[in-house]
Design a protein around this ligand. Structure first.
Ligand code: ZN
Length: 148
């Protein structure tokens, strides 16, 4: 059976959840998807440092949002390694030089499928169709879908 993990997080990468925000997300998607989610598959993640919210094997391409050129995975991986500290998380202070001349921060790249950076997120494991229309009410939330 195919499963997906959805991860919902504040789009501003460094602030983490404000009080009540994780509960807001959980109640909004529970109301919208009451039949499809088991309660034990919902988890709140809180870290003191910024983490990469990855889409797993769905990540096929990383590109410059300004010119569309692909960023080589090896350049991206080196920048990720240089930016990450195991206790402090990502500093988001490393830049990748695109061939078009722009300096791009790690959280300013175009990830396909979408990925993000955050200190906090809510993860939900789903086995069937999952409705995301409720997110329109919460423009501060981003989401990543990883197939597992
Ligand atoms: Zn570019």
């Amino acid at each position: 059976m195919s499963e997906s993990v959805f991860k919902f997080y504040p789009l501003e990468p460094t602030r983490g959840f404000l009080p009540g925000e994780a509960d807001t997300i959980i109640s909004a998607f529970s109301d919208a998807n009451d039949l499809s989610i088991a309660a034990d598959s919902i988890r709140v993640h809180d870290h003191c440092g910024v983490q990469f919210i990855d889409c797993g094997s769905s990540l096929e391409r990383i590109a410059c949002p300004l010119c569309g050129a692909a960023i080589p995975m090896t350049h991206w991986q080196s920048a990720m390694d240089a930016d990450f500290d195991t206790s402090a998380g990502f500093a988001l202070a490393s830049f990748i030089q695109c061939d078009c001349g722009r300096q791009l921060p790690l959280h300013g790249l175009r990830y396909d499928a979408h990925c993000g950076f955050s200190r906090s997120w809510v993860s939900v494991v789903v086995h069937s169709h999952f409705w995301l229309g409720w997110m329109l009410q919460y423009p501060w939330i981003g989401h990543v879908e990883a197939h597992v």
